[in-house]
Design a protein around this ligand. Structure first.
Ligand code: SAH
Ligand code: SF4
Ligand code: F3S
Length: 441
């Protein structure tokens, strides 16, 4: 007699690293007989992979747990786990506040998840938020068994030593750790063999990568150079970078590495030197602008994106005007902007806050400017030819969608299955969220 597989539902919040981690957790729990499902209703285990970056993100955990209560009441054997950055930050507190939670696992302990899952039964509850000495990646490298989609994330670096005054990441993800190049090359090779053609290298500070590597170049540029030699891997991206870690070799790689896509997410947070200093960003607005100039000299058509925080404690109208001026000077292809959210345990949380209506007003102004820039960047693509990596059918019949070199979503009419193909496309129209084009045959 064979037993039916158990079903696992994972909900992922937050950044791309959580997306990567969720895939690894699903693979790890596969060894316990779990297969993935798309709904909590028919799951034997629900895992919430959480984000702690802003208060709203963290609160989602508690509202989602509230919604799971009736499921747990109807099926007491349903296992409920909390992973990710809220798990790390709040640990035991989650178990205390939420009796329905069976296990809490911090990001550094995902390799222990199978034993934790086995231990969490009959009312036993398990919490693991240590920072262990062993390398979780030894147990958790991506080893795709089946063919998979044409794009993948690959975590090369985790954690952060920068301690920006607003940010929880150094506390939830721990100190900066780089994975060695040989492991990463092997993992990338495996992904390519499973059908992947584009890899996005991930790290909270990805360009601070300093893993062991052979060859003339060190740092992320060296790793990208070695990855570029893998046949069948056609596109490489990386995110998220800190301006202070953009070294000469990496800037130069944007000009010389054909597989490195012309797209860079380089968060600046603010355009005011006073606020940058209070944020502990350790660079000025001028230094950032000079850096952008050098990157554009290496790769003139690069599309730049950023993150901004408005209403950081102490931010005046004059400081905010400097942020708008920096945005106007750079010209971004897209950007995320957030209202400052005080996070317990961070230095900035002790400081007096900017009134919320002032934050709202600034956010609106900044987003209006960024939206105009995004629209201009999309419209500038019309008439140009670019390659697109096709990923899935479009919303309409006989339509295929994928990503351009500049990471624009592009769709084309086609009756053929284009999945996994990289084809030249002439862009014919710019919509609000995507570009329309036609295949160049
Ligand atoms: N490692 C990346 C950032 C990771 S967090 C970097 O250094 O740029 C992603 C973004 O969330 C940050 O760039 C910042 O803009 C925003 N963010 C982080 N903490 C925040 C807070 N307390 N309030 C509002 N936004 C925040
Ligand atoms: Fe957070 Fe990024 Fe600053 Fe690190 S560099 S503390 S991850 S914002
Ligand atoms: Fe959120 Fe943790 Fe990522 S706080 S943004 S899930 S590193």
């Amino acid at each position: 007699m064979t037993t039916a597989p158990k079903k696992l539902y994972i909900k992922t919040y937050g950044c791309q690293m959580n997306v990567y981690d969720s895939e690894r957790m699903a693979e790890a729990l596969g060894s316990q007989g779990y297969v993935s499902t798309d709904t909590a209703e028919d799951a034997d285990m629900v895992l919430l992979n959480t984000c702690h970056i802003r208060e709203k993100a963290a609160e989602k955990l508690y509202s989602d747990l509230g919604r799971l209560k009736p499921l747990k009441a109807a099926r007491p054997n349903l296992k409920i786990g909390v992973a990710g950055c809220v798990a790390q930050a709040e640990g035991e507190e989650i178990v205390r506040r939420m009796p329905l939670v069976d296990l809490v696992v911090g990001p550094q302990n995902y390799h222990r998840l199978p034993e934790m899952e086995a231990a969490a039964h009959g009312g036993a509850r398990v919490v693991d938020t240590d920072f262990p000495v062993e390398d979780k990646f030894d147990h958790l490298a991506a080893r795709p068994k089946a063919r998979r989609g044409p794009t993948a994330f690959l975590t090369v670096q985790e954690g952060c030593d920068k301690f920006c005054a607003f940010c929880v990441v150094p506390y939830t993800r721990g100190a900066e750790v780089s994975r060695p190049a040989d492991r990463l090359l092997a993992e990338a090779q495996g992904l390519v063999e499973a059908g992947v053609r584009e890899i996005t290298l991930l790290g909270q500070n990805v360009n601070a990568w300093h893993g062991e590597i052979a060859g003339p170049l060190t740092g992320l540029a060296g790793l990208i150079g070695q990855l570029a030699q893998i046949d069948g891997l056609d596109r490489i991206r990386y995110t998220t970078s800190h301006p202070n870690d953009m070294d000469d070799a990496l800037i130069e790689a944007h000009g010389s590495q054909a597989k490195l896509m012309p797209y860079l997410h380089l968060p600046v947070q603010s355009g005011s030197d006073r606020i940058l200093k209070a944020m502990n960003r350790k660079h000025t607005a001028e230094a950032y602008l000079r850096l952008i100039e050098r990157i554009r000299a290496a790769r003139p058509d690069i599309l730049l994106t950023s993150d901004f925080i408005v209403g950081f404690p102490g931010e005046t109208d004059a400081d905010f005007a400097e942020t708008l001026a920096l945005v106007a000077a750079v010209g971004y292809g897209a950007a995320y902007s957030f209202k400052y959210s005080a996070r317990p345990g961070t230095p900035a949380a002790e400081r007096a806050e900017v009134p919320v209506d002032v934050m709202d007003d600034r956010l609106q102004q900044l987003q209006a400017l960024l939206t105009r820039q995004q629209k201009a960047a999309q419209e500038a693509m019309v008439g140009r030819t670019t390659t697109v990596l096709f990923e899935k059918p479009g919303r309409l019949d006989r339509q295929w969608g994928g990503k351009s070199e500049h990471l624009h979503a592009v769709h084309v009419p086609s009756a053929n299955d284009l999945r996994g193909q990289i084809l030249p496309v002439r862009i014919t129209e710019a919509g609000p969220n995507s570009l329309a084009g036609e295949l160049c045959l």
